[in-house]
Design a protein around this ligand. Structure first.
Ligand code: FE2
Length: 380
């Protein structure tokens, strides 16, 4: 955990400066121990295409980095090639994890100035990176833990990802297997230290002008053993960021396990949206991806509660997909096992049929499934 981690991230905005204008997601960058292996896993298990690469072959001696894309989703996985690299230090402390959540903006300098005026801690001043395809404008601020937000302005840049990345002769070929067809980042969830949830909600409201969308307290999200509290903030459009903190339960909260294992606050899961979750999860399972399994009793219960919905119930049960209904519609969701060696980051696959929530009706079933995994690790 960085020394600055527990420092109040922002005093309430002392300025009337307008909030930064964010257009949507640009990329999620993970810092990992072995970028080639992690990129290969995302490619073979999730059907991401490797679209760009940077490393010694492109003039970078200290790192190897792969860009992976599917639909509107862009992941970047980067590993250190030298022992003194900050990437190596990040991986030694946290294991594989999310280093940056990058937002597309119309003006990186203006976004940075607005965020800093509203209380953000600057990490990288606005600058331009050039190559034959033009200039990419970047700036970066700190968020929870060692995670940051990069503002990316692509308006003057026609290249694939960033200068320094090659798009031909990529070291990993595409995998020939059934397509998955994931479309977009739906939401990205943070776990933060106990007692700091409100501080981080205030950070997103003050610094980025986000609004509070939902709040769940520990009476809504608790099982026999563990509890958590969660508030969702969003920019009113595409960027939706639920934030969790652990709450006291009979045993160790799964959020607390994450915080201890990751050594601080960080990204817990990335939800990827599809318009055909049955097709997507069939392919993902065929590709060998493993999911948290709902108990058989879950489907008896959910069909009694939600059997009026016109859904492919047999497929949902066979594939282990969870179902929830809200006043504005339904949603279908499923959660992978954690992606890497430490039990930290995982992926959610979600299909929305009008519902704008996060599957609150499934929290209990989901958390009991996570607790079974936690118990297997001896952490419950
Ligand atoms: Fe989620």
């Amino acid at each position: 955990m960085s020394a600055t981690d527990l420092r109040p991230p922002a005093s309430p905005a002392l300025t009337t400066a307008p909030a930064p204008l964010l257009l949507g997601w640009d990329a999620v960058e993970l810092w990992v121990g072995n970028a080639r292996a992690f990129a290969g896993f995302l490619s073979s298990a999730f059907d991401f295409r490797i679209t760009a690469y940077a490393g010694p072959e492109t003039g970078w001696e200290d790192r190897a980095s792969y860009v992976l894309e599917q639909g509107d989703i862009r992941f970047v996985v980067t590993a250190a090639l030298t022992p003194d690299s900050p990437i190596a230090a990040h991986v030694r402390l946290h294991g594989d994890g999310v280093h940056d959540l990058a937002f597309a903006v119309p003006d990186a300098g203006a976004a940075f100035d607005a965020a800093v005026a509203r209380g953000a801690r600057p990490l990288s001043e606005p600058h331009v990176v050039n190559d034959d395809h033009g200039g990419l404008r970047l700036a970066r601020i700190a968020a929870y833990g060692d995670t940051g937000h990069t503002f990316v302005d692509r308006s003057g840049y026609g290249g694939a990802y960033r200068p320094g990345y090659a798009t031909e002769g990529l070291p990993l070929p595409a995998v020939a297997a059934r397509p998955v067809a994931l479309g977009a980042i739906d939401h990205v969830v943070a776990n933060v230290e106990e007692g700091s949830l409100e501080r981080w909600v205030d950070f997103y409201r003050a610094v980025l002008g986000f609004e509070r969308l939902r709040h769940f307290d520990d009476s809504q999200i608790s099982t026999e053993y563990s509890a958590l509290m969660s508030t969702v903030v969003w920019n009113g459009a595409k960027i939706v960021l639920p934030i969790n903190e652990p709450a006291a339960g009979r045993r160790k909260s799964q959020i607390q396990e994450y915080l201890e294992t990751y050594r601080g606050a960080g990204v817990q899961h990335i939800a990827l949206a599809t318009s055909d979750i049955v097709g997507a999860v069939s392919s993902l399972r065929q590709r060998g991806l493993r999911f948290l399994e709902a108990p058989a009793a879950y489907y008896e219960d959910v069909r009694q509660r939600l059997g009026h919905l016109d859904l492919p119930w047999e497929d949902l049960r066979r594939l282990g997909i969870l179902v929830d209904e809200e006043p504005d519609g339904w949603l279908l969701q499923i959660f992978t096992e954690t992606l890497s060696d430490r039990p930290t980051l995982f992926v959610e696959i979600i299909q929305r049929g009008g519902a704008k929530g996060f599957g609150a009706g499934n929290f209990k079933a989901l958390f009991e499934a996570i607790e079974r995994e936690q118990a297997r690790r001896g952490h419950l």
